[in-house]
Design a protein around this ligand. Structure first.
Ligand SMILES: C[S@@+](CC[C@H](N)C(=O)[O-])C[C@H]1O[C@@H](n2cnc3c(N)ncnc32)[C@H](O)[C@@H]1O
Length: 437
């Protein structure tokens, strides 16, 4: 059954924002596994801070039809604001050690306004995808049925691949309806021959199926699958939610489990492919893409999200990546806090010591250090981050000193950039004069 004549209409649908001419500016290069830039080759992976609509317009100028896979986990139209848990050991069993901090808004004056946000972004993702690429759009009962009609319009009904139901469980006090414990992920291919390899994510057969085949020669109506290979998963997937995965929790609301992204990326891309997530939140897709040797581009409008991604990539010792943003936004902007930094030098060695953050708000939650990084030879434009240290998610503190050996005895400028637990970013520059010694 083919139909292209069924469309979703709402007031404002045709007022599509015109493509933005804004260009992205390189703000940082980050080397989480140590080392620094080799010659002229800038890192291929990119974390981009900004509204994903003009960001995708900018990417279209370089990467039209260049992405093999896009995972999109936009706000779900919940009508709420989502808060982050901040502080050390954000653990529900120790509420005194964390508090809620600002997160992102998912509040819309009308549902039409929400659709007018989503639609032009789906159009751009379609343009960014390669002919063999795939989109996975993650939503829930609130918007998914509308999005299905939109994706049929943008991708064509024939390119629908799956409606994946991600099921999970957890407590819920509701009595007015059954517990809503699933999300829906719509998978579409850009064209006729998508890169789709479900064989790679086979799962074991249920023990009862194995028992049936062992006990009855007629099982499977005489067709006996190779039981040792396992089966291609159904279109409903069980993975525990992040609240139950202490090892993965970053404190970011609506963070998705890595296992979910692993299945999507493994089945729908190859090592070396370019993977995009333009609502990247805490960076689950980026972390998984990196661990599976995919190249990646992540984007989020929220600075705290960019900081959490950085902390996550640093703790994972990920591959080098660049941080880009629009020219007017600064990643070195100072907050109301200050950092105290000391630099000791001996010969060509410098040791940068982070001594503290001032002032802690007098009666407030004490501000601690989540993440810091150093450019030992800051030239005033791109921050070249060759040292990073992050507070581990569950317990522990970051290292507080960073050493560096300079190639020559000369004058340098060190720039230190720190992310505090309240999400604010603070930076400081210091001269280092090795020529004097
Ligand atoms: C549901 S969360 C994504 C969670 C993510 N998948 C994870 O595992 O952490 C949605 C994210 O989209 C971001 N966002 C919302 N509107 C955006 C926009 N117009 N441009 C860029 N990011 C946006 C929010 O800041 C939020 O981080």
């Amino acid at each position: 059954m083919k139909s292209n004549s069924i469309h979703l209409e709402w007031q404002g649908k045709d007022d599509l924002p015109s493509p933005s001419a804004l260009g992205l500016e390189r703000k940082m290069e980050v080397y989480p596994s140590g080392g620094s830039r080799k010659g002229n080759s800038a890192p291929e992976n990119r974390l981009i801070w900004g509204d994903n609509l003009p960001v995708m317009d900018a990417l279209l100028r370089e990467h039209r039809a260049g992405f093999r896979l896009i995972y999109a986990d936009p706000p779900f139209a919940t009508g709420k604001g989502f808060l982050r848990r901040i502080g050390s050991g954000e653990d529900s069993r120790r509420p005194e050690s964390w508090k809620m901090g600002s997160g992102y808004s998912d509040s819309w004056s009308t549902f039409e306004e929400y659709l007018s946000m989503l639609y032009p972004r789906l159009l751009r993702m379609h343009e960014l995808l390669a002919p063999s690429g795939m989109l996975y759009l993650h939503l829930d009962w609130r918007a998914v049925h509308f999005a299905k009609i939109l994706l049929d319009e943008v991708f064509g009904p024939a390119n629908f691949i799956n409606e994946i139901i991600w099921v999970y469980h957890g407590p819920s006090p509701v009595k007015a309806y059954f517990n809503r414990k699933h999300d829906t992920i719509l998978a579409y291919a850009k064209g006729k021959n998508p890169r789709f390899f479900p064989d790679r994510v086979r799962v074991p057969y249920h023990p009862s199926t194995l028992r049936t085949f062992a006990s009855s020669p007629k099982a499977g109506f005489g067709k006996r699958p190779d039981l040792s290979r396992g089966k291609i998963p159904e279109d409903w997937w069980y993975f525990p939610v992040i609240a139950r995965l202490h090892s993965e929790r970053t404190g970011f609301p609506t963070q998705k489990p890595e296992a979910l992204l692993e299945r999507i990326l493994t089945s729908s891309s190859n090592p070396g492919d370019l993977v995009g997530d333009f609502f990247c939140g805490s960076g689950t897709t980026l972390r998984v893409a990196d661990s599976l040797s995919r190249r990646w581009v992540g984007c989020d409008a929220l600075l705290q999200s960019i900081s959490i991604c950085q902390r996550r990539l640093s703790l994972a010792k990920a591959s080098p990546y660049a941080v880009d943003a629009f020219p007017e936004s600064s990643l070195l902007s100072s907050s109301r806090h200050r950092i105290r930094v000391g630099v000791q030098t001996v010969g060509r060695e410098a040791n940068v010591i982070l001594k503290g953050i001032d002032p802690c708000p007098p009666n407030g939650f004490p501000v601690s250090l989540d993440y810091w990084e150093v450019d030992f030879d800051f030239q005033g434009e791109v921050f070249n981050s060759t040292f990073q240290s992050a507070r581990p998610w569950r317990s522990g503190t970051p290292e507080l000193s960073a050493s560096h050996r300079y190639p020559r005895k000369a004058k340098y400028r060190v720039c230190v950039r720190a992310v505090c637990s309240d999400g604010s970013v603070v930076s400081m520059e210091k001269p280092v004069d090795l020529a004097r010694e």
